[in-house]
Design a protein around this ligand. Sequence first.
Ligand SMILES: NC(=O)c1ccc[n+]([C@@H]2O[C@H](COP(=O)([O-])OP(=O)(O)OC[C@H]3O[C@@H](n4cnc5c(N)ncnc54)[C@H](OP(=O)(O)O)[C@@H]3O)[C@@H](O)[C@H]2O)c1
Length: 414
Amino acid sequence: MSNLSRVLERQQKEREEIRRRRAEEDRDADEEEEQMLAVAVCMLNQSRQHRRRRAPNVNRRRDSRGIVCGVPSSGRSSPRERKRKGATSMKAVVITTPGGPEVLQLHEVEDPELKDNEVLIKVEATALNRADILQRKGMYPPPPGSSPYLGLECSGTIEAVGKQVSRWQVGDKVCALLSGGGYAEKVAVPAGQVLLAPPGVSLQDAASFPEVSCTVWSTVFMMSRLSAGETFLVHGGSSGIGTFAIQIAKYWGAKVFVTAGSKEKLAFCKNLGADVCINYKTEDFVARLKEETGGKGVDVILDIIGAEYFRRNLKSLSFDGRLFVIGTMGGAVTEIDLRVVLSKRLTIQAAGLRYRSPENKAAIVREVENNVWPAIVAGKVKPVVYKYFPLSEAAEAHLLMESSKHIGKILLLP
Ligand SMILES: NC(=O)c1ccc[n+]([C@@H]2O[C@H](COP(=O)([O-])OP(=O)(O)OC[C@H]3O[C@@H](n4cnc5c(N)ncnc54)[C@H](OP(=O)(O)O)[C@@H]3O)[C@@H](O)[C@H]2O)c1
């Protein structure tokens, strides 16, 4: 071989090596870009939530099949990896852009990926929560690592179990507390957040329990320690939270006071067992509570209104009273006169459920299973479902919740 042909052959080999390396680098860059995009979206989401501005559209990316992909988040594979593993698709409600109910659309999306400590649930029903409206508007992003889709609770049948899961089996009828993803045909959830669907309740209606029972049990009972013989006020007695709180507080022997905004809603609360029903639109609830308790005030208040009711709530509490704030429908910023807290030895607490760790949620779920499930199984706490919508009508369901015409829960059926 001449010197020239040896040089040409070497150059050819070098060119091939360069091409091979470039292809490899391109592949790595693609994956890195996807991961960086996910982190950037997550950070953007958090800072936007902080500034109470619109969160980005996390659901708009499509793969080559036109399937909408949730943004990959920590602990889950990238869409590229998942495609390689042969992921299949399902229907889910997607927030096409932050905004009104009309932005909710049913799309074909990738199936959720199952982690070793999770179960995959074929969803029978999911329920709406006020928080879904905030998420739809871009003001309440899912916690990192959670499904980008709406839906904080569901019921259904276990379709697959992760390698580390021992309690649950394929075919079990369950309901679950979710960090997101309920508005879909399938959802993956840590096994610790799953409960057996309570016997005596339809599998559909079981979807109405996880969020309200975990919220009310972890606040009113685990932290404010409401006990038999005490007095308890729940604001928004006709809400999903309120209709459950009335029943479980009565079951545990408390005297229950509620506020609501219409005669019809107050009559419903009375039927559920509430002892004293106050129309907050026509009556001063502070004065009425004083009158009903002989000037003493109530022992525990569960509040969804926040700033607007804060001072009035403090006035309505008895000595050693406990206020638990779980919502800010009436604003989040207020002033406090510490002398009232000091002189009456009050306890003020506030908490959210969604951003708790999976371990923390699992601990609450087990408490609920031990203390609330027996009341449901005994028929003492019943599901209160106002209306069922097909999943494709999620927008109509949101409109209903925003109108506040409903009493209890609104369910979506895939
Ligand atoms: N922190 C947590 O972990 C957690 C968990 C779940 C829910 N939440 C919060 O709990 C609240 C209720 O949630 P939900 O899903 O049960 O909502 P929901 O079913 O939509 O009920 C909200 C109800 O509040 C009532 N309301 C409005 N203004 C009121 C006022 N000034 N006084 C008394 N009642 C009033 C409305 O009925 P009227 O017609 O009577 O006005 C409305 O139906 C929301 O703020 C939600 O964010 C918090």
